[in-house]
Ligand binder design. Structure first.
Ligand code: FAD
Length: 412
C-alpha cells in the first residue's frame, strides 16, 4: 500500500479507505436497521432559536423544507425531557462535581436545552433535495468556512472545476489516490486546522450527496438520483469525496472507543420490561444486537489515530480554539433557513461533536461504562449513530453514482 507523503490521523496508508469501502454495504445495512429502532428514531430538537450571528430572513417556503413533529405523548415516557431532567440534571452548582460528568465542560457543540424543543422521528424525515439554496444557504456555508475555518475556505471556493473537464474515476481507490497533501501543505496550516477543515468539507459533501441522490426531477415531479448534480458538487473535487471517508472513519473510531459503553446502555423504552417476555428486555436486546454488528465493524475499520493531534507546545490552546470553532458551527445551524436542513444540520453537527468529545476528551477511565454510567446524554448517542448512518448512506450513494456513470459510457 502506498504511504502517504504526510502523516496525519488516517493518512498513513490507503488501506483504511479501501477497508471502509469493502465493509460499507454491511455497515449500512446494520445501521439502517439500528436507526429504525425506537431508541434511535426519536430526537428532541429546538428548531426555532434565533440566528445568533445575523438577521435571518431567508426562510424556505417550499413544502419540502418543512418537517412533521411527533407529539410528546407518543414518546416513551422514560425518554421525555421532563423525566430526563429529573434524573439527569443536578442543580447547576453541583454539576461539575458529580463523578462522571466529564462532558459538561468539554462540549464541542451547544446541546439544546432539554426543556425546550420538539420531538421528531428521524426515520421519517429523509435528508434530500428541499430547494433551499441561494444567498441564505451560501451565507451559512461561507460563514462556516470563513469565520470558523481558520481562513482556509478561500482556497477551496476558488478551485471549482468545470464538470465537463472531469471524469468520475472507476473505483473509490482511484479517487482516494488523488494526492491532496500538496494542497494541504500549500496552506501552511497545521494538522489540527486541516482536520477541522476536512470535517466541515466532508459534512458539506455528504449533504450534497444526499441532495443529489434524491433530487427533484422537474419534468416528472419525482425525486430521483441526479448524476450531473453529484459530479458537479462532489466528484469533480476528489478531496471532497475523500473527506466523506475521513468523517466516516472518525465516527467509526468514536463508536469503537465507546463500544463497551454502548453495549452496556439501556435501550429499552419501557420503564419496567414486561415479565411475560422470554427475555427481561427484548426490545433493548434487539437494538443492542443490531448495534453490536456496527460496533464490531467499527472496531475493525475505525482506524483514526487521534493521538497525533493536540500534542506539543500549544496543544491546549489549539484544542480550545478547535473546540470554540466547532461550537460556533453548531450555533450557525440556527441560521439555516429550512427546517429539514436545519434538523439534519443539527443532528450531524451534534454527532460529529460527540465523536470529537469521545476522541479528545475522554480517557480510559472516563470510558468505563461501570464507573461512568452517565457519560453521554441520550441525544448525543442518538446523534452519533444517526450521523454515522448518514455518512455510510452517502458512501452507498457514491457506489450507485459510479454505476450510473459507467452506464452513461461518457468517460471523456
Ligand atoms: P453550495 O453547496 O451552497 O456550496 C457553496 C460553495 O461552497 C460552492 O460554490 C463551492 O465553491 C463550495 N463548496 C461546495 N461544497 C464544498 C465542499 N464539500 N467542501 C468545500 N467547499 C465546498 N439543501 C437541500 O436541498 N437539502 C438539504 O437537506 C440541505 N441541507 C443543508 C444543510 C445546511 C447546514 C446548509 C447550510 C445547507 C443545506 N442545504 C440543503 C442547501 C445546500 O447545501 C446548498 O447550499 C444548495 O443546494 C445550493 O447549492 P450550491 O450548488 O449553490 O452550492
Amino acid at each position: 500500500h502506498a504511504v502517504r507523503p504526510q502523516a496525519g490521523p488516517i493518512e498513513t496508508t490507503m488501506c483504511d479507505y479501501e477497508t471502509i469501502e469493502s465493509v460499507n454495504s454491511e455497515l449500512y445495512r446494520n445501521l439502517h436497521e439500528v436507526v429504525h429502532t425506537p431508541f434511535f428514531r426519536y430526537f428532541q430538537v429546538d428548531l426555532y432559536r434565533d440566528c445568533p450571528f445575523w438577521q435571518e430572513n431567508g426562510f424556505c417556503m417550499n413544502r419540502e423544507c418543512g418537517i412533521t413533529t411527533v407529539d410528546e405523548s407518543e414518546i416513551p415516557e422514560k425518554w421525555r425531557a421532563a423525566s430526563l431532567s429529573k434524573i439527569d440534571l443536578p442543580p447547576p452548582d453541583q454539576r461539575i462535581q458529580l463523578p462522571g460528568c466529564y462532558y459538561r465542560d468539554s462540549d464541542y457543540c451547544f446541546l439544546d436545552d432539554m426543556t425546550e424543543g420538539d420531538y421528531v422521528d428521524l426515520s421519517q424525515i429523509p435528508e434530500r433535495y428541499t430547494g433551499y439554496s441561494g444567498p441564505s444557504a451560501h451565507r451559512v456555508w461561507k460563514s462556516i468556512y470563513e469565520e470558523n475555518c481558520f481562513g482556509l475556505s478561500e482556497l477551496n471556493l476558488m478551485t471549482g472545476q468545470s464538470p465537463s473537464l472531469v471524469t468520475l474515476p472507476d473505483t473509490m481507490s482511484d479517487v482516494l489516490r488523488e494526492d491532496t497533501a500538496a494542497e494541504d501543505e500549500s496552506t501552511g496550516a497545521c494538522l489540527e486546522k486541516r482536520v477541522y477543515y476536512k470535517i466541515v468539507s466532508g459534512l458539506h459533501a455528504s449533504i450534497s450527496t444526499h441532495i443529489c441522490r434524491e433530487y427533484l426531477n422537474q419534468t416528472t415531479g419525482e425525486m430521483s438520483p441526479n448524476l450531473e448534480c453529484f459530479v458537479t458538487r462532489v466528484a469533480s473535487h476528489p478531496e471532497r469525496l475523500q473527506y466523506i471517508y475521513f468523517n466516516t472513519v472518525l465516527l467509526l473510531r468514536a463508536v469503537a472507543r465507546i463500544g463497551p459503553y454502548l453495549s452496556a446502555y439501556d435501550y429499552c423504552s419501557l420503564a419496567t420490561p414486561t415479565p411475560h417476555d422470554h427475555s427481561d428486555n427484548p426490545e433493548g436486546d434487539d437494538t443492542l444486537n443490531k448495534l453490536s454488528n456496527v460496533i464490531t465493524i467499527a472496531e475493525h475499520v475505525g482506524k483514526f489515530d487521534e493521538s497525533v493531534l493536540f500534542r506539543g507546545e500549544n496543544a491546549n490552546v489549539l484544542k480550545q480554539e478547535f473546540k470554540n470553532h466547532f461550537r460556533n458551527v453548531s450555533r450557525i445551524m440556527d441560521c439555516v433557513g429550512c427546517d429539514k436542513c436545519r434538523l439534519w444540520g443539527k443532528v450531524q453537527t451534534t454527532g460529529l461533536a460527540t465523536a470529537l468529545k469521545i476522541l479528545f476528551e475522554m480517557d480510559e477511565k472516563a470510558l468505563n461504562p461501570h464507573s461512568n454510567t452517565k457519560l453521554l446524554q441520550r441525544s448525543e448517542v442518538v446523534a452519533l449513530v444517526n450521523t454515522l448512518h448518514r455518512f455510510s448512506e452517502s458512501l452507498e450513494a457514491v457506489e450507485d453514482f459510479r454505476k450510473m456513470w459507467k452506464e452513461t459510457g461518457d468517460f471523456d
